[in-house]
Design a protein around this ligand. Structure first.
Ligand SMILES: [Fe+2]
Ligand SMILES: [Fe+2]
Length: 189
């Protein structure tokens, strides 16, 4: 699988409010190392070329699994509406583009980068900004306590979209992904 192609395909399939031509957004990302850099430089997860874009696809797929599970068990409750699913798809694809500017503030930076090209609604903005949840306050991650206001992060984690993105990101990072190349890499060859 070509992670960049898949990432772009998923993004372009969403019904978004583009401020500039969508190709310009991809060109802007191409000016950075977004499509080539590993998800984690230190090697916690997906430490291979293209790992960051791959990681976003895993987060996206993790969320879709949860939506599937929800409709299987709780369809009558309609817990997950279409807007939430669409918002999640967008937020998961964009959540780590800010890492091209470094780890610190990468949620907020992702919003800044994307907002030049796509009009993000408040829910998506908040989810991306605070997707690191409590990890944003761990000095170990260099983001450290000054990375963002933890009281806001705590508040945001009560928001369904932020919570979903945070949990799917955590699951993808610490449970699903590995440091080595994923099996997808081999399947397409
Ligand atoms: Fe992140
Ligand atoms: Fe992430």
């Amino acid at each position: 699988m070509n992670y960049k192609e898949e990432w772009v395909k998923r993004l372009f399939s969403l019904n978004l409010n583009w401020i500039k031509p969508k190709e310009d957004f991809i060109n802007a990302l191409d000016q950075t190392d977004y499509f080539t850099r590993p998800a984690s430089i230190k090697g916690f997860h997906s430490k291979f070329i293209g790992g960051l874009a791959y990681h976003s696809l895993v987060v996206y797929d993790t969320g879709l699994k949860i939506f599937d599970m929800n409709s299987k068990y709780f369809s009558r409750l309609d817990n997950f509406n279409k807007k939430l699913i669409d918002d999640f798809k967008l937020a998961s694809l964009l959540h780590d583009i800010g890492k091209t500017k470094g780890y610190r503030y990468h949620g907020m930076n992702a919003v800044d980068i994307a907002s030049e090209f796509i009009s993000l609604n408040e829910e998506v903005d908040n989810a991306i900004s605070y997707h690191m949840g409590f990890y944003g306050s761990i000095p170990f991650f260099k983001g450290g306590p000054i990375d963002y206001d933890l009281t806001i992060a705590k508040k945001m984690l009560n928001d369904k979209l932020t919570k979903l993105l945070y949990l799917c990101d955590d699951l993808a990072t610490n449970v699903i992904e590995n440091k080595i190349c994923p099996i997808w890499e081999n399947l397409d060859e």
